[in-house]
Design a protein around this ligand. Structure first.
Ligand SMILES: [Zn+2]
Length: 307
């Protein structure tokens, strides 16, 4: 059997002051370390700052994002920073397999709205806020897919309970409407065993891969909440987080043997054929930069060991 495909969740440390040089280095770094589907490394900004510059109704106040009015895409999706970055990448690498992340409505809306909502929305639970973000994200997702990328919708906050969780999950389908589902994945961080979120995600129609972590302290327990049935009932595949992104020293990085054992565990629960790809548990912007190459190397070696 061919080895599992590997990918990253998105963010990496910043490689250089110059944006394009930084993107070049992030791509090169991932290829050198055995990543099959690379990310842009999120070299431009963090997962919220991207949107403040391109979305009306968001602003930065005292260094933190806030909601100032109705949220909408300010300009054509081609002007969106990630779409521009993809265009740059494609001009140099025609055949590269690349996955770009966009932050989902709940995570983006909660992050900006929990700090301040100046006008237009009643409060942080006003569902219009999240719906408007989904409407603004939909053409961005389409532009990324049209540009030849896989799109990953990041919704770390969905692992927390909300009374309208099902409606929040459905906004992901709204964003991905009309796109080939094999191009779209959703990533949820942390513990996914509460609130039925794994089942809700598996029932999305326009998404083919759902991605969870299984290696970190909190994520270890996720293995109890996935099953072959969860994926096969709805024809989904799993993005399998198989190495922790939070080691503090080299001797805490999961070894290739530990990664292989983790993948074996996951495969025994969901079926190897239902694993779309292996990846680190989460993005690595906050990971000690000296450990990131070791994490990627050990992941690759663990995937090869798993076979
Ligand atoms: Zn994550």
């Amino acid at each position: 059997m061919a080895p599992l495909t590997t990918t990253t969740i998105g963010s990496l440390f910043r490689f250089s002051e110059d944006l394009h040089e930084s993107i070049d280095k992030a791509l090169e770094f991932q290829k050198e370390h055995g990543v099959d589907i690379v990310s842009d490394g999120e070299q431009r900004a963090d997962m919220v700052a991207y949107f403040v510059e391109s979305f009306g109704g968001l602003a930065v106040e005292n260094g933190a994002p806030i909601v100032t009015g109705k949220i909408e895409l300010k300009d054509s999706p081609e002007k969106f920073s990630k779409v521009q970055d993809l265009k740059y990448i494609r001009s140099l690498h025609r055949d590269i397999k690349i996955k770009l992340a966009i932050t989902g409505p709940t995570t983006l809306g909660m992050t900006c709205g929990s700090r301040k909502i100046k006008s237009h929305y009643k409060n942080i639970m006003d569902f219009d806020l999240y719906e408007d973000i989904a409407i603004a994200l939909q053409p961005v997702a389409k532009a990324l897919v049209d540009g030849g990328a896989y799109v990953q919708i990041d919704e770390p906050f969905l692992s927390q309970g909300y009374k309208d969780l099902a409606a929040r999950v459905n906004l992901i389908d709204y964003i991905a409407q009309g796109l080939p589902s094999e191009k779209v994945s959703v990533h949820v961080c942390g513990f996914i065993g509460g609130f039925g979120v794994a089942r809700m995600l598996s029932e999305l129609e326009n998404v083919s891969v759902i991605s969870f972590g299984f290696a970190g302290g909190v994520e270890k327990r996720n293995i109890e909440h996935v099953s072959r049935k969860l994926f096969e009932d709805t024809g989904k595949r799993l993005g399998a987080g198989c190495i922790s992104v939070t080691p503090l020293a080299e001797n805490q990085v999961d070894t290739p043997e530990v990664v292989a054992a983790k993948l074996k565990d996951i495969a025994s629960k969901v079926g190897r054929e239902n694993i779309a790809y292996a990846h680190p548990d989460c993005g690595m912007r906050a990971t000690n930069k000296f450990l990131v190459p070791i994490i990627l190397r050990n992941m690759r070696a663990g995937v090869d060991l798993f076979g």
